[in-house]
Design a protein around this ligand. Structure first.
Ligand SMILES: Nc1ncnc2c1ncn2[C@@H]1O[C@H](COP(=O)(O)OP(=O)(O)OP(=O)(O)O)[C@@H](O)[C@H]1O
Ligand SMILES: [Mg+2]
Length: 475
């Protein structure tokens, strides 16, 4: 006899409704299925079974076809009327093609012909339950995805964010290139995904690449692919992201970091919708929408000669600018509540919100690292906070680092919270202190520091260079 089903294979302790007028056969099936851990309920009269059946009360129905009174096909129909999804296996002694087709048309999952071996019964039952579980998971994923990419998960009621979302709705359906600008952590990638998922390309792929994170040669082969033998190590042809995203959207993150050479190839692609794999001479045509993002000042880069103006205009057909969080203060408490809810779901906690003093600090602070910083800070607070609300002592541990907005009670400050005289100086102070603290914590490990900060490694390296922080100091 087959071994008992384990958890996770879709069968453990599943509830099975068994309908068969033959008492001996139904007992035999009950024994076989019961031995394997299933919970079986038998009905020898079909109309009683149909009466008792309630949507959601069974995971599987097994019904004989030939029964006095109400036959199996009618049973199937009635069960379907009450529950569209429960899998039904029909049993028959004479599986004519016609009855099989009829049963399958009415929504039976499988047919089992008498006589059958116990193993066969178990195999079919397990199969039906697994298929049903997969279908349920699939429905759940689709639902989650639809929810994730509706605008519901983009939190905020500020006029700044509303204007952005209005623009997103409009540009999503046009097929133009979009450049999303905004400081680090303002939600550029989230907006890029929203554009794709609300566009006619939504059923094709959204591919993303961080142009600041990869060395030039790797970036090129990631984008355009290569032909076998193009360089040492190119042992087979390989598609790049442009081909993988055919029909869909390619998101070029940190597009300001594209090396000049790659800028040239990308420009050619944008002009002609054609490119060549590295080492190849055959042009490849693809239909890809380019959405890009940057927190750099591209106009300045153009002036400095490190960015092509013609590429800039191709990428920036429509510009969506995400205002920093300090310019959309009405979103602060909504976002905090959103992240608390998310983390409650993730950690199984039930934090209710922030104390009034903590909320006052949160809403007066400038959040130089924007939404990503708030997401990280709330998560950190929730790992430390043992009360029902996040309190000032815990919150101020994380946002005092900035030295921009000490908690209101601090006498050391001569500036009111969030009212730094020079924003860029405040940001520098914050980032320097923050990075030093991260490196301290990770013993100079940049990869780990980037992971903790939720930033990519290239960004961390860039900032270390900018603020002249040497990771070796912390090793
Ligand atoms: N309006 C919003 N509502 C809810 N979550 C948001 C919102 N905006 C951003 N987020 C979340 O904040 C985090 C940072 O957003 P995202 O990665 O899109 O920012 P970014 O501008 O691309 O940052 P970076 O410049 O660092 O790459 C993500 O986890 C994102 O889901
Ligand atoms: Mg990003």
């Amino acid at each position: 006899m087959a071994t008992a089903p384990k958890h996770g294979d879709g069968a453990a302790s599943a509830r099975i409704l068994l309908i068969d007028d033959e008492v001996a056969l139904s007992r035999m099936m009950e024994a076989v299925l019961g031995d394997s851990g299933y919970q079986v309920t038998i009905f020898n009269r079909s109309f009683e079974a149909v009466e008792a059946f309630q949507s959601g009360s069974y995971d599987l129905v097994i019904s004989d076809i030939k029964m006095p009174g109400m036959d199996g096909l009618e049973v199937l129909q009635k069960i379907r009327d009450k529950d569209e999804r429960v899998p039904v296996i029909m049993i028959t002694a004479h599986a004519t093609v016609e009855t099989s087709i009829q049963a399958l048309r009415k929504g039976a999952y499988d047919m089992l012909t008498k006589p059958f071996e116990p193993e066969e019964l178990l195999y079919r039952v397990k199969n039906a339950l697994q298929a049903n579980q997969l279908a349920a998971e699939n429905r759940e994923l689709k639902r989650e995805l639809a929810q994730k990419f509706s605008f519901d998960h983009i939190i905020g009621a500020s006029s700044g964010l509303k204007a952005v979302l209005e623009l997103v709705k409009k540009v999503a359906v046009r097929d133009t290139s979009v450049l999303i600008t905004g400081e680090s952590g303002t939600g550029k990638e989230l907006i890029a995904q929203a554009i794709h998922h609300n566009s006619p390309r939504k059923d094709k792929r959204f591919m993303a690449i961080n142009c600041g994170a990869l060395p030039e040669s790797v970036l090129e082969s990631e984008l355009f692919g290569y032909k076998k033998g193009a360089f040492t190590g190119a042992s087979a042809d390989r598609k790049g992201l442009l081909e993988a995203a055919d029909g869909g959207t390619l998101f070029l993150d940190e597009v300001g970091n594209l090396p000049l050479n790659v800028q040239k190839t990308l420009l050619r692609f944008l002009q002609e919708q054609e490119f060549m794999r590295i080492g190849d001479t055959r042009p490849i045509k693809v239909d890809v929408r380019i959405v890009s993002a940057t927190n750099a000042d591209l106009l300045q880069e153009i002036e400095d000669g490190s960015y092509r103006e013609d590429l800039y205009y191709r990428l920036n057909v429509v510009n969506i600018h995400l205002p920093p969080l300090r310019e959309r203060r009405t979103d602060l408490s909504l976002l905090a509540a959103h992240f608390i809810r998310n983390n409650n779901g993730k950690f199984g906690t039930s934090v209710q919100g922030l104390t009034p003093e903590a909320l006052a600090l949160l809403t007066s602070y400038d959040w130089p690292g924007n939404i990503r910083q708030m997401e990280n800070v709330i998560e950190a607070c929730m790992t430390l906070e043992s009360g029902e609300q996040i309190g000032l002592p815990v919150l101020s541990q994380f946002i005092r680092v900035a030295a921009v907005a000490p908690p209101p009670a601090s006498p050391a400050s001569d500036l009111p919270p969030g009212d730094s005289a020079d924003y860029s100086q405040a940001l520098t102070d914050f980032e320097t202190a923050y990075l030093r603290q991260l490196l301290q914590k990770t013993g100079g490990n940049v990869e780990e520091a980037a992971r903790l900060a939720g930033m990519n490694m290239a960004t961390v390296y860039r900032k270390l260079k900018k603020y002249q922080i040497r990771k070796e100091e912390f090793c």
